[in-house]
Design a protein. Sequence first.
Length: 253
Amino acid sequence: MGFYDLSKKERVQLVQAIESEILEDIHNGQKNAVLRYFSDEDTYIRKSGYLAIGKIHKSAKASTSTIINLLNTLLKSDLEKVRQTTINAAGELGKTNFEVVAHFFDKGLFDDHHSVRNAVIGSIKKMGEQNPEPVLNWAKKYLHHPDKEVRREICHGIELRGRKHPKDILPLLRALEHDGTARVKNTLIHVLGQIAYKKGCLETVVKDLNSWENKELVQKALDEIVDVHHRYRNFAVLTQKQAIDYIDKNYMG
């Protein structure tokens, strides 16, 4: 039976049981319950597992070093679901203390399985939103990595911070403007579109794009921004026409 096959009351009880069993594992130096929940086929069971790690860390029911040691062991698992959930758990810690978990993302970026690499992207998003300075500083060192997938994953991972604070990530995005790989360029264009439709964001993005050198890429990004204002018209501050008018008036390329 899946997580959402349970009633709300049963789900609450299950989440409490997962946290209790994982905490018991940690205190006893074991990992039987952790492995069971981290490897579960149900996404939401695994999510409850990594959120439990975050709660235990936040409440100081176990020391940071003890939790890190457990996660270090779990990251060596042969099961991709365990490694994926471990990365997500490290991301919960990284919301407040990135330095102690940075090595998980250094390793996870190069995992053989896409689900683990995707967990890195998701974790960068949630950590970057709440704890941007160390996360973005870490991301910078991978912007020119020889592996195009690493560059693409970093570009995608910093997106969420940019939706509210585009100025924080625009310098990192600009470092990719001459990237010759289509997947990286397409991701860059996508991210520029995603960070331009909330209040005050279009102005910040357009002002920055005025100083970019790759005018062909910028034009594609502006087209994406216009399209996003239509696709996300229920969430965008400006109408598509208002966005077009603003761009026509303020983009000097």
